[in-house]
Write a protein that binds this ligand. Structure first.
Ligand code: PMP
Ligand code: GLN
Length: 393
């Protein structure tokens, strides 16, 4: 029998997040690999969802999302970014940012369209673009600052280019795009008439007094941007998989056409919980980034004391180190670390189209302080030979 699997999936392995989380379980490891917070999420948001589950209507909600959540998204985007969105036609609720991204690729791309992406990139992007029949055109950003080279950008923007897929703040680079970089992207998009899909799931995880600035809010960009958010990140509820996409009606309407035959809807009680959460006062959102910034600093100090080069982290809940001095590639480093020191991290190599022998390792710091301290202790013990090898490579 010929392979029943579409060639794009046939040639794919299992996502690195699942691989490392399975290894973490196997080795009873501290898991700073897959990005998720180890906290329950805000009580009132969970209570609002619980109330809606017990007292509310549990049949299919409206395909575009509960009206109260669409209104809450529009209000949130006005409050934080000054965006003026019509909740009835310019907001779509999705099952996680992942579904919004998939719907954007399916609805907006045609075979052989080209899509500019920036490496290292979130690992779902390439298969989604390819499964939509389109061709990714990666622009590689390099550590430690991951700065965009405008010439490299111009070089990939050919006549078939239709879309830019931008992740700001950027996972796994932990970069926030600078005003100059955003200006370069805006100029290119307007010059070449491109759509920009902005994956902004870490919008409230921006540090050091900076604030997130959506590309959609730049002059001339409102009609060509889709902005995607996720309750998973904003409320530390990654398992809920409630996302949303906002943008001009023609783009959101196109997305809705894909969405109606993907998931059609998202659990109504979770939508109600998120609607409650998005209306929380400014202090809630400021507190989230302040708490995460403190965790970033705690882990950074620990890693720095161990002699690692800690790369800058302006946003997201990820901190990267350069492991070149260890003499190992990032993948070998992570496999040994989990097996020998019971500490899981993520190598950056799977975040590239053509895997380089990468030397950057990512840690998720959205964890209890005691967990972060334990991670640093385990790393120290491993480095100083106090931890006997538990398994062969
Ligand atoms: N985009 C990026 C950059 C991410 O890191 C993630 C991971 N959570 C997602 C999208 C997916 O978000 P969701 O869980 O809401 O689907
Ligand atoms: N976004 C999370 C990360 O980067 C993981 C999401 C997933 O496991 N699919 O770690």
């Amino acid at each position: 029998m010929t392979s029943p699997v579409n060639p794009i999936y046939r040639d794919l392995g299992t996502t690195i997040f699942e691989v490392m989380s399975r290894l973490a379980l196997q080795h009873d490891a501290v898991n700073l690999g897959q990005g998720f917070p180890d906290e329950p999420g805000p009580d009132d948001v969970r209570q609002a969802a619980a109330d809606a589950l017990i007292d509310g209507w549990n049949q299919y909600p409206p395909m575009l999302g509960l009206p109260e959540l669409r209104r809450a998204v529009a209000d949130h985007d006005r409050r934080f970014y000054g965006l003026d969105l019509d909740p009835d036609s310019e907001v779509l609720v999705t099952s996680g940012a992942t579904e919004a991204l998939a719907a954007a690729c399916l609805a907006l791309l045609s075979p052989d369209d080209e899509v500019i992406v920036f490496e290292p990139l979130y690992d779902a992007y390439l298969p989604m673009i390819r499964r939509a029949g389109a061709v990714p055109r990666p622009v590689r950003l390099d550590p430690p600052d991951w700065t965009l080279d405008p010439q490299a950008l111009a070089a990939v923007a050919g006549p078939r280019c239709r879309m830019v897929l931008l992740n700001d703040p950027m996972n796994p680079a932990a970069k926030v795009w600078s005003p100059a970089e955003r200006a370069a992207l805006s100029a290119l998009a307007q010059e070449r008439d491109l759509i920009v899909v902005c994956d902004e799931v870490y919008e409230h995880l921006v540090f050091d007094g900076q604030h997130h600035a959506p590309l959609m809010a730049e002059a001339g960009m409102a009609q060509r941007c889709l902005r995607i958010g996720s309750a998973g990140k904003t409320f530390s509820l990654t398992g809920w998989k409630v996302g949303y996409a906002v943008g001009p009606q023609p783009l959101v309407g196109a997305l809705a056409k894909a969405h109606q035959f993907l998931t059609f809807t998202t659990p109504p009680n979770l939508q109600a919980g998120v609607a409650h959460g998005l209306a929380k006062p400014d202090g809630f959102f400021a507190d989230l980034s302040a708490r995460m910034q403190a965790k970033r600093d705690r882990l950074a100090v620990g890693l720095d004391r161990l002699g690692f080069q800690v790369l800058p982290c302006q946003g997201t809940y990820f901190l990267n180190i350069d492991v070149a001095d260890s003499g190992m590639g990032a993948e070998a480093f992570c496999r040994r670390l989990v097996a020998e020191a019971a500490l899981a991290a993520i190598p950056l190599s799977p975040f590239y189209d053509r895997r380089p022998d990468d030397q950057v390792v990512r840690f998720c710091f959205a964890k209890q302080d005691s967990v972060l301290d334990m991670a640093v202790d385990r790393l120290a013990g491993w480095l100083h030979g106090r931890v006997p090898p538990r398994a062969a490579l």
